[in-house]
Ligand binder design. Structure first.
Ligand code: 13P
Length: 248
């Protein structure tokens, strides 16, 4: 399958910085078809800018979160219909930073994934263990529980999601999972998807956590690593493009 390299800009950027970054990426592609599908997930206020900058380009765009509600009295929230209005193709749900700082439970994450699917926006569902969970030997249990909630809620639509395995201890720390460690968890997730659907092979399972230009090729060479969800390195055009090239 064609790999997917998605950038998660997190709470970074400005009108000027985004424009320069996107321009550098598009210039770097030089009109050629990228070696992997590409997407950039920007902060919500910049989605109109992303639409203007990326429409007609080979780079899709997405949001970093979405409300679990359709509309109404939810001050500060952004609905999936609003994301669609701006041409969003993807939305990240259940990022560990939202689970940790915003109290998002497995059930909330599943409801968000369901909302996105219902609107035709692809949810990138993040799962991953903390360092203490890994040290306690709980990695498999944790990621399976997180994914099970989504499978339970979305049913046969599970083949329409993207999964991102992001070990919490590897995010923004410079400590990447080794290709073998990541592959082992990806294989567990693939088997769980296969038990839920005969089309599990179609589901992209991305790795995220300190993926960079230097380590991307060895991670992306693993049989069940179908792409990357890139934080820090997606803020540098040359690094991001090198990761895309490594997916060839
Ligand atoms: P880093 O690539 O900065 O470690 O972030 C990974 C991540 O959280 C992507 O969602």
């Amino acid at each position: 399958m064609r790999k997917l390299i998605a950038g998660n800009w997190k709470m970074n950027g400005s009108l000027a910085a985004n424009q320069a970054l996107v321009k550098a990426m598009l210039d770097g592609l030089r009109g050629a078809v990228p070696a992997a599908d590409m997407a950039l997930c920007a902060p919500a206020p910049y989605l109109a800018q992303m639409q203007a900058l990326l429409q007609g380009s080979p780079i899709a765009w997405g949001s970093q979160d979405v409300s679990a509600h359709e509309q109404g009295a939810y001050t500060g929230e952004v609905s999936v219909a609003m994301l669609k209005d701006f041409g969003c193709r993807y939305v990240i749900v259940g990022h560990s930073e939202r689970r940790q700082h915003h109290g998002e439970t497995d059930d909330i994450v599943a409801a968000k994934a369901q909302c996105a699917l219902a609107a035709g926006v692809t949810p990138i569902v993040c799962v991953g263990e903390t360092l203490s969970q890994r040290e306690a030997g709980e990695t498999e249990t944790v990621v399976k529980r997180q994914l099970a909630a989504v499978i339970h809620t979305v049913g046969h639509c599970i083949t329409e999601i993207v999964v991102a395995y992001e070990p919490v201890w590897a995010i923004g720390t410079g400590k990447t999972a080794t290709p073998e460690m990541a592959q082992a968890v990806h294989a567990v997730l693939r088997a769980q998807l296969a038990a839920a659907s005969t089309n599990a092979k179609r589901v992209h399972i991305l790795y995220g956590g300190s993926m960079n230009a230097a380590n991307a090729a060895s991670l992306l060479a693993q049989p069940d690593i179908d792409g990357g969800l890139i934080g820090g390195a997606s803020l540098k055009s040359a690094d991001f493009l090198q990761i895309v090239a490594a997916a060839a």
